[in-house]
Ligand binder design. Structure first.
Ligand code: XMP
Length: 621
């Protein structure tokens, strides 16, 4: 096998798309090395072993003068080039086509219909599902180009100049939700770039161990362990590279874990053979610092900073000489990309391991993140290869800030919300209610913070999926769609049937108010969510659904009519968290969950989140 340095590879130019790394990942999955390059690299500086170029997506508009460009000479290198999303638009723009803001923006699922033939689409079905996330569109092709695919709302969804092997796709073949995406990339890599297989995951382990040894030298590492798959794999890799005497694990209990989870994690880690692990209960200081805080980004920043402060306190207690230790984190790629860590990327949310204090340590070379280039599914593969128990490797992901970002907060003194007027927007439904809370989303590679729309409907999951996309595509004021599962005493929405349909389901008449007092991160609210989250997880386990669902956040929201607390169920299926679909759980199971949650006597409404990612993110904050 070649060394990575001189290996033939595909160069990916990173325009800041949330998916740039995913493109590299997919190509590596195909068995070919791919590397990411900054967009301002000069064509002549590209290494000789580049056999093809991919221009990634990005959050900007090409007609904005400040948006990133490429050295136009890359189009004269004689290499095949594939432009994706922004990359597709940039290719059109640079080669003298036209890009305009699309009349209709597309986020999420779309149907692609192919035209003519092309090596990029060899053995691809004439009609298939693709994943879109864009506002602008190519409106006029550059000379020599032909359209080879379109969707309902995007006439030039795919284009080619076969003489020069240039291809552009408005959609994202790299995301799991584009049905034939991997086949399309396969065609580009093997048929068009004529690559030969030169990459496999076992190489990654050896490669990472070498990297760890090189970075740590003769020092030791102090790892923040959460009990989840990421930090466990990082722990295992570090231990393999450095030996257990040089790796010290610290589990910080934030108080925002699931019910009884902290004690289970300690047991679990012991069983998995991790001996060098210490647990520290820091819940008091986390609660204290988050008292009264409602803004999601502020909450995230406080949590990240508190992790570091607690780590420092413990390190001091242990008399650790900071010059002799590096901080290790089980950061994985989505944590960095969604924090806006790459040059052109927007900050979607600040992950707990990317706050300022950590960024500072990173700059000083004091942080080691052995799995920061990987996605969850790769990390799981690594975990299995490293011999970790499958129960640990296959746990649902759980975010570092835990339930703190699943409890939406409200300050009574905040200015009264003026809800957007969407009465003129053409929506596929008429019976809806805009909720006064907001949640984070990601659209066209940018962060959104907007209102959810609550609806009731007895339609099929397929129909609901379309309704949801139609709504979020039609107006930027709404980034999520929720189906109401109950109306106190009268089950409605997707659980409704028979006579229940005759209950007047006028959502506009229901009350979804904030309470008159503050609702922030109090112990009572944390306990309430722990209880409800536990009901949900138990039911999912009992129904044999745990392994079928990728992640299942249950979110507490401070609105209602009596208790002013409601719940959103947010189960998703995903492969690596960069894209996700809402999960489709059988209705009798939802009915049982809903009933059990209502039996707590503390909840007014229960909603089911039918938003894919994009436009919603998995977590609400
Ligand atoms: P979103 O909500 O951005 O989440 O779709 C993608 C994945 O990342 C997890 N997540 C986090 N994980 N620290 C973490 O360790 C964080 O601050 C954080 N925020 C989100 C989320 O649960 C999902 O799996």
């Amino acid at each position: 096998m070649n060394t990575v340095k001189n290996m033939k590879h595909i160069a990916i130019f990173d325009f800041g798309s949330q998916y740039t790394h995913l493109i590299a990942r997919r190509i590596r999955e195909l068995g070919v090395l791919a590397k990411i390059y900054p967009t301002d690299i000069k064509a002549l500086k590209l290494p000789k072993d580049v056999i093809g170029i991919i221009l990634s997506g990005g959050p900007q508009s090409v007609y904005d003068k400040k948006s990133p460009r490429v050295d136009a000479k890359i189009f004269a290198l004689g290499l095949p080039i594939l432009g994706l999303c922004y990359g597709h638009q940039l290719m059109a723009h640079t080669l003298k086509g036209t890009v305009r803001p699309g009349k209709i923006k597309e986020y999420g699922r779309a149907k692609l219909t192919l035209q003519g033939t092309s090596p990029l689409f060899a053995k691809i079905k004439k009609s298939s599902t693709v994943w879109m996330s864009h506002g602008d569109s190519v409106s006029k092709l550059p000379k020599e180009f032909k359209t080879i695919g379109s969707t309902n709302d995007c006439a030039i969804a795919a284009m080619k100049d076969s003489a020069r092997d240039f291809y552009g796709l408005q959609f994202h073949p790299e995301v799991h939700h584009t049905d034939q995406g991997l086949k399309i990339l396969n065609n580009f890599v093997f048929a068009i770039c004529q690559a030969k297989k030169n990459w496999q995951i076992n190489n990654i382990i050896d490669e990472q161990i070498k990297k760890i040894k090189k970075q740590v030298k003769n020092k030791k590492v102090f790892l923040l362990v959460s009990g989840g798959v990421d930090s466990s794999v990082a722990f295992s890799l570090l231990t393999k590279a450095l030996g257990s005497k040089r790796v010290y694990g610290l589990y910080i209990d934030t108080g925002f874990m699931r019910l009884r989870e902290s004690s289970e994690i300690r047991k679990f880690m012991k069983q998995a053979g991790f001996t060098n692990l210490r647990a520290h209960d820091a819940s008091k200081i986390f609660y204290e610092r988050l008292k009264g805080v409602a803004d999601p980004e502020q909450k995230r920043k406080i949590i990240g900073q508190t992790f570091i402060d607690v780590k420092d306190v413990v390190a001091k207690k242990l008399n650790l000489d900071s010059l002799q230790w590096l901080l290790a984190q089980g950061t994985i790629y989505p944590d960095t990309i969604e924090t806006g860590a790459t040059k052109h990327a927007d900050t979607i949310k600040t992950h707990h391991n990317r706050v300022d204090a950590i960024q500072k340590l990173i700059k000083q070379g004091k942080v080691i993140e052995p799995i920061a280039d990987f996605y969850k599914d790769e990390v799981r593969k690594l975990g299995t290869l490293l011999g970790l128990p499958s129960k640990m490797v296959n746990r649902h992901p759980f975010p570092g800030p835990g339930l703190a970002i699943r409890i939406l907060c409200h300050n009574a003194t905040d200015e009264k919300q003026v809800l957007p007027d969407i009465s003129k927007v053409r929506l596929p439904i008429t019976n809806y209610h805009i909720l006064s809370i907001k949640s984070v989303g990601v659209q066209g590679d940018n962060r959104t913070y907007a209102h959810p729309l609550a609806i009731t409907s007895n339609k099929t999951w397929d129909a609901l999926d379309k309704i949801s996309s139609n709504i979020t595509n039609a107006t930027k004021e709404i980034n999520r769609v929720l189906v109401l599962l109950n109306r106190t005493r009268h089950p409605l929405g997707i659980l409704g049937a028979g006579s229940e349909r005759s209950v007047p389901a006028e959502l506009k008449d229901l009350v979804f108010n904030f309470p008159n007092e503050d609702r922030t991160l109090t112990l009572d609210r944390i306990k309430l969510l722990q209880k409800i989250d536990n009901i949900v997880m138990q039911e999912i386990q009992n129904a044999g659904l745990y392994d079928k669902i990728w992640q299942f956040p249950t979110v507490l929201i401070p609105i209602g009519c009596k208790h002013f607390e409601s719940v959103v169920l947010r189960p998703v299926t995903s492969k690596e968290a960069m894209t996700a679909s809402f999960a489709r759980i059988k209705r009798h199971i939802l009915k049982r969950i809903t009933q059990k949650i209502l039996n707590t006597g503390k909840i007014d409404y229960i909603f089911y989140d039918i938003t894919n990612k994009p436009p919603g993110t998995i977590e609400w904050e």
